[in-house]
Design a protein around this ligand. Sequence first.
Ligand SMILES: [Zn+2]
Length: 394
Amino acid sequence: MEEKPNKQNLLQLDVLRYLYYKEALSINELSKLTGKSLPLVTSVINNLKEASIIVSNHLAPSTGGRRALEYQLNKASERYIIAVAVDQLVTRIVAFNLANEPILQPEERTIDLTKGMIALDQLIDFISSYLCNPILPVMGVIGIGIAMPGFVNAEKGMNRTYFGNQHIAQYIKSKLDYDVFIDNDSSTIALAELNFGAAKGMEDVMVVNVGWGIGLGMIVNGKLFRGHNGYAGEFSHIPLADSNNLCSCGKRGCLEVDASLLVLTQKAQCEMKNGFASKMTEMLSDDGALSSEAMLDAANMGDQLAINQLSKAGFLIGKGIATLIHIMNPQGVVISGRGAIASKILMAPIQQAVNEFSIPMLAEQCVILPSELNKDAELLGAATLVMERTQKFF
Ligand SMILES: [Zn+2]
């Protein structure tokens, strides 16, 4: 049975979470945020200071005459978060300190998620070999956060799309002996943008994950909105495509069949076979495949074919965003995920479609922003899962 944290521990976890998100806070601010008395918060702060988990920050900005002492998480404390970003083909991993700075080089490995339990065992093997690095004192690992595509039930630790009824978080924990927290990739990206990225400070914001599919994480009233069964935000499968191609979900005409990075690379390869000159011909892998990174880089370097593909996709995504704006009336939309690497190409057609298909009164009040976290968003979001859900920090 899991240990139930006592009241003091709960307050300690609360304080640690606020410091993780806000960087530096005074005892007064922490007391207001947690709703607990100054003596209670002071005692928690003293404990954390003694354990070297937090340090005082003497450079706190002055808000008047007297300078309030602020506290922040000690990035030199030997506490680490393991963040894992899984997509259909490539899995990345990194160990962060408490300031979300990598303490080891990130690594990636090709794992085909459609292989079911074989893929899961490969994932466990990958995490396990990363944790073997002698630089990483394993005693300090707080937990492992894993972001992955598919219908994920975060509470039960299940991914219906790729692993059916298996309790995969529990399974991974049983093999690695660390707490494991999983969530959908677009939800974790939204959490990263909300806490550390372009959506910081916003209450109602839609975060679009441009990747192998077109995902969506919805922040409503400052919190992730999951819907009744936890599967809200299936943006990829709204019927907005110009073509009638079959989608991975079994239906036709979904946004994904014309706008996902997977489809865009396939289309670009087809055009190159038909003789369209492109820088991307030099960027193919040994087996002749075009990676989404290569296409995004080519677009940023001015390659016409890559830009054409991304622009068409951007317009369709913009049409979808116009629908979102009408339904949700958000204050912002953030274009995130790995596709955001080429946001300077994507933003113009997205904005054009929003202008064309939205009621001006709603669209004018909604800012559309590119992510600055890009590829890191998913890893940061995965780290957030651990800080958000761990019950035992020590
Ligand atoms: Zn679909």
